[in-house]
Design a protein around this ligand. Structure first.
Ligand code: DX5
Ligand code: ZN
Length: 235
């Protein structure tokens, strides 16, 4: 599987999103990653469907909405109408939360098991509109909770930082999760999100991931074309 690079606009200048998207296109980026945060599932607030729609209008690249929000099922239609090509919902929205993170303001949200029926229904809603259905899992959530829905997902997004902010340090416990997914026969895309850079990316690709998501490594580098080429060279 060829390695693809997906750039999160979270580290872009939000006053110049169209320019950031053009920079991504010029630099050889494969996909645009939009980090949607609600201040409840994660402690930060970012953007919603209105800005996602603006991003879709200003790029020819596929746009992925990474929904770090409570009740993602209430917003699937809005993001699909915005024009995104893929939606990632968090597994932690589909199961009983651990006692340490049940209340408002307790992070990170984590689950041990899922309501596979409810999650499958949402993934099918996404697929029915011709979009990629993706499940994101937080660092503390065991990947084996996805075992019954491997055939329902187009992609898995393995979080390698606690969701909420860009510019954090890579959590290496993401690597065995990728290996588990490939070992279980998952053939879809595996994206890794958080702390991806020249040091961490080789191990991620070796473990079996094929989509590298980056915000700060791309936007803080003065040679973004070289950043993308370097990441895509890994296989
Ligand atoms: C974290 C977001 C990531 C983040 C990545 O909550 O989901 O997509 O923007 O940022 P970097 O690449 O800076 O770790
Ligand atoms: Zn993300």
């Amino acid at each position: 599987m060829a390695t693809e690079v997906s750039v999160s606009i979270l580290s872009a200048d939000f006053g110049k999103i169209a320019e950031a998207l053009q920079l991504c296109e010029r630099s050889g980026v494969d996909r645009i990653h939009v980090d949607v945060m609600d201040g409840h599932f994660v402690p930060n607030i970012t953007i919603g469907p209105v800005v996602a729609a603006a991003a879709c209008r200003h790029t020819r690249l596929p746009v992925v909405a990474h929904l770090m929000i409570e009740h993602p099922w209430d917003y699937l239609d809005a993001f699909m109408e915005a024009g995104v090509s893929a939606i990632a919902v968090h597994a932690e929205c589909y199961g009983a939360r651990r006692s340490s993170c049940r209340a408002y303001g307790q992070y990170p949200k984590e689950v041990d098991t899922l309501d596979a029926g409810q999650l499958t229904a949402d993934l099918r809603r996404i697929r029915a509109q011709g979009r990629q259905a993706c499940v994101a899992i937080n660092p503390g959530t065991p990947v084996a909770c996805l075992k019954d829905i491997l055939g329902e997902m187009d992609a898995v997004l393995v979080m390698s930082v606690q969701p909420g902010f860009s510019g954090q340090k890579f959590i290496p416990e993401a690597l065995p999760k990728i290996e588990w997914l490939r070992g279980a026969g998952f053939k879809g895309d595996i994206g890794v999100d958080g702390g991806v850079n020249a040091e961490t990316a080789p191990g991620v690709v070796r473990a079996g991931a094929n989509v590298l998501i980056t915000a700060s490594y791309f936007f803080t580098n003065n040679d973004p074309t070289a950043v993308v080429a370097g990441l895509k060279r890994l296989f």
